[in-house]
Unconditional design. Structure first.
Length: 92
């Protein structure tokens, strides 16, 4: 894999996680601060994932991976906020 390509994968996968968290909040009609909560949960999961990788042979802890994970959550929240404001049907 090319250098830095794994960061794109982190961004996409954790962006998907952010969308799924927001979808869960939407289905439960729990809207107060849902974007902040989703970003926070994605970031927390990314941190836990990197800490776990520290203990796995052949893997390593990376702050840049955590940043890419959190950025994926931020982008998912931004996209969902934009979609909600324009009434796009993203919660199907």
């Amino acid at each position: 894999m090319e250098r830095g390509a794994d960061k794109l994968i982190h961004l996409v996968v954790f962006g998907g996680l952010g969308y799924l968290i927001l979808r869960a909040f939407h289905k439960n009609r729990w809207n107060s601060g849902k974007y902040i909560w989703a970003i926070g949960l994605v970031a927390l999961y990314g941190i836990c994932d990197e800490i776990h990788q520290y203990w796995v042979p052949g893997r390593h802890f990376s702050v840049f991976d955590m940043i890419a994970d959190t950025l994926g959550g931020v982008l998912a929240a931004a996209f969902c906020a934009l979609a909600e404001s324009r009434r796009w049907p993203i919660w199907l």
